[in-house]
Design a protein around this ligand. Structure first.
Ligand SMILES: Nc1nc2c(ncn2[C@@H]2O[C@H](COP(=O)(O)OP(=O)(O)O)[C@@H](O)[C@H]2O)c(=O)[nH]1
Ligand SMILES: [Mg+2]
Length: 362
């Protein structure tokens, strides 16, 4: 499993269209606000050309890419955290995500209504940010109330937890609140309470069709994203969704005709991996060549535990072929003959592109 990403944004920003482009599921995208009654979940395989080369070297029957999970959430409007619109019930669905993709409308279309008149990237993004922050405050206040009562017994852990919640409540008014400088107790509370404002955000400027009025709005959103220390990706949701409908062989040609250089879906996924500091490692046998996603710096024994829960405990060593080495030599035999297969212990930090074979005590 790669990461889980929740799409947020005002109604009609293009979230469902982005979701369709991502997952090709064809969930309903409608010009009416609040059309999205239920959150939609979708799975996207991460394309990775390295997997084909590893499969070839290992003689695997099939490849299994890592998948990312996307959640399409109904539009948030002012007051969503207090139950305005259909917002509040859906906020709970994004609490389980690793990252947030914040879709901001940067397209002009008289046929698509805007909940506050017309697009205004900074204002629109701030409304959504504020609702997420208010939701977190609500969660923190409820939690603090519980902890405060329990802490009267004089338990030091609970007192620390209460202090952490109070400092987070103050911090939440920063943009972005960020994790920098947070103590252990605070980080733990952020994780446990699944606070939204602290999750990494990627802004998606839904720029609409080429040549529309969107580019000035996109520039403004870029500056806004920079002020939040976040990335901003241009994403022509409608065009990308149309491309996703095409047979794969025709997609590249269509992208070229539209003057779009990259597949927006893969671009978003790569940005997500970078923001979340995730790396991909590979395993391969006769049955399958498979990609796995873990946080950078994950020790080999823990990575092994991802592959099979028993592997962590029974770990002996890991044999590693860095992808760059495989790319040069291509065959397993030449790698072994040249002594290029590395051997590491359980603390080895797995690196992006490593093809690993775990040796396990039977
Ligand atoms: N012109 C134009 N319309 C778009 C674009 N992206 C989405 N829309 C339209 O805007 C409406 C709302 O989109 P939707 O994805 O349902 O927005 P959501 O409420 O954020 O989920 C739909 O009619 C879409 O077809 C775009 O890039 N250009
Ligand atoms: Mg929608």
């Amino acid at each position: 499993m790669g990461f889980k990403c929740g799409l947020v944004g005002l109604p009609n920003a293009g979230k469902s269209t982005v979701f369709n482009a991502l997952t090709r599921l064809g969930v309903e995208a409608s010009a009416y606000p609040f059309c999205t009654i239920n959150p939609h979940f979708g799975i996207v395989p991460l394309e990775d050309g390295r997997l084909d080369i590893i499969r070839e070297a290992a003689g695997s029957a099939k490849i299994t890419p890592t998948v990312l999970e996307f959640v399409d959430i109904a539009g948030l409007v002012k007051g969503a955290s207090k139950g305005e619109g259909l917002g509040n019930q859906f906020l709970s669905h994004i609490q389980a995500v690793d990252a947030i993709a914040h879709v901001v409308r940067c397209f002009d279309d008289a046929n698509v209504s805007h909940p506050y008149g017309s697009p205004d990237p900074e204002r629109d993004a701030e409304i959504v940010e504020t609702e997420l922050a208010l939701k977190d405050l609500d969660v923190l206040e409820r939690h603090s109330a519980k902890v405060r009562t329990a802490a009267r017994s004089g338990n030091a852990d609970l007192a620390r937890r209460l202090e952490a919640c109070e400092s987070l409540m103050k911090r939440i008014n920063r943009r972005p609140p960020g994790l920098d400088g947070l103590g252990d107790a605070e980080q733990e509370a952020v994780r446990e309470l699944n606070l939204l404002s602290f999750k990494p955000v990627i802004f998606l400027a839904n720029t609409g069709e080429a040549g529309s009025a969107g580019s000035a709005w996109k520039d403004r959103l870029e500056a806004f994203a920079a002020s939040r220390q976040s990335l901003c990706l241009p994403f022509s949701a409608k065009i990308q969704a149309e491309i996703a409908e095409l047979p794969e062989a025709e997609q590249a040609g269509f992208l070229k005709t539209m003057g779009i250089r990259e597949n927006g879906v893969q671009m978003l996924i790569q940005a997500g991996n970078a923001v979340l500091r995730l790396i991909t490692f590979f395993t391969a046998n006769a049955n399958e060549a498979r990609a796995w996603t873990v946080p950078a710096g994950t020790p080999a024994a823990e990575a092994a535990g991802r592959v099979h829960t028993d592997f962590d405990r029974h770990f002996i060593r890991v044999e590693v072929i860095p992808f760059s080495v495989l790319e040069t030599h291509r065959t397993l035999k030449s790698l072994h003959d040249l002594g290029l297969v590395q051997v590491h212990g359980r603390d080895y930090a797995v690196r992006d592109g490593d093809w690993v074979t775990f040796r396990i005590r039977k």
